[in-house]
Design a protein around this ligand. Structure first.
Ligand code: GDP
Length: 296
């Protein structure tokens, strides 16, 4: 991931590093190349414009042209602005509520929602010693509830027993009640996905939200789907309100635009990232580390 962006920025920076003094024209030319590199990586246009503007303002403010190492300074500014665009600091899951804390997972079908539900449950169980109950609310895809049950067995996490014909809101309520009665700390609700956003999906997710009052509403977004992922996140955020994003397939060869635009467009932090198909391939999302990775 980020390969071609990394390569493009690397060559811009090599040029900058090789020069002792820099003129204003040099900086302008470098920033033009940075702009093209970000656009080619599929970063949203308003985000790119804002980014380049901020780098310019910083470069003037820090008096880069008069510095002894102007090239290094420009690189540092780009690095800092990249991290800021991704959200500056890591934001973790907020489970500081009266238990059970409900985590509602939303997103399109195939984004990695069920896998991420299991990954988060595994991590909360093993690393944070939480008692987790998982429930699938996907009543449309017959295999979905069964898929979560099988994953639950693999990671030794309880799943709510399946009642044929029960509807999503009723399942969510039963999951929360069961968790409260049996002393679970966390309830993971894996909501249904669709191939595209539609009114019915949004109404269903909103109804589940109202019934289950989640502490976290996490959108699962596939990094490989580029700006579509950002549009999906924007819509979910407007219609149901998100508290965070889980970016999946960060192990793939995505150009990176979705990851880079997500925070700026939606205002929501990317909290976690999926880095493989295995159930322990989940990592905290650290903006500064991702920025450093892009800049090599
Ligand atoms: P859902 O329809 O949104 O619930 O999607 P699934 O959880 O069933 O995932 C769809 C496919 O994506 C499965 O084959 C997963 O193994 C795979 N997958 C999920 N997350 C990741 C990830 O972070 N990296 C990779 N490489 N594959 C993933």
């Amino acid at each position: 991931m980020f390969d071609s962006l990394q390569e493009r920025l690397g060559s811009v920076f090599d040029k900058l590093k090789r020069r002792g003094a820099l003129s204003e024209a040099d900086v302008t030319a470098a920033l033009r190349e940075v702009r093209v590199a970000l656009l080619e990586a599929d970063v949203a246009l308003p985000v790119v414009k804002d980014f380049v503007e901020k780098v310019k303002v910083e470069a003037v403010g820090q008096n880069v042209l008069k510095s002894v190492t102007p090239g290094q300074m420009v690189i540092k500014i780009v690095n800092d602005q990249l991290a800021a665009m991704l959200g500056a600091d890591h934001v973790g899951l907020n489970l500081q509520v009266t238990p059970p804390a409900v985590i509602m997972m939303v997103g399109l079908q195939g984004s990695g929602k069920t896998t991420s539900t299991a990954k988060i449950s595994k991590r909360l169980t093993e690393k944070e010693r939480k008692k987790v109950l998982m429930a699938s609310l996907d009543v449309r895809r017959p295999a979905a509830q069964e898929q979560l049950r099988v994953l639950g067995e693999q990671i030794a996490v309880r799943t709510l027993n399946i009642v044929p014909g029960e509807q999503p809101v009723a399942i969510a309520k039963r999951a929360v009640q069961t968790a409260a009665l049996e002393g679970f700390d966390v309830v993971m609700l894996d909501t249904a996905g669709r191939l595209a956003i539609d009114e019915e999906l949004m109404a269903e997710v909103a109804a589940v939200r109202d019934a289950a009052k989640p502490a976290e509403t996490l959108l699962v977004a596939d990094a490989m789907t580029g700006q579509d992922a950002v549009n999906v996140a924007d819509t979910f955020n407007q219609k149901v309100g998100l508290t965070g994003i889980v970016m999946t397939r960060m192990d793939g060869d995505a150009r990176g635009g979705a990851t880079l635009s997500m925070r700026a467009v939606t205002g929501c932090p990317i909290k976690l990232m999926g880095v493989g198909e295995k159930l322990d391939e989940l990592e905290d999302f650290h903006p500064s580390r991702v920025a450093s990775r892009i800049l090599g």
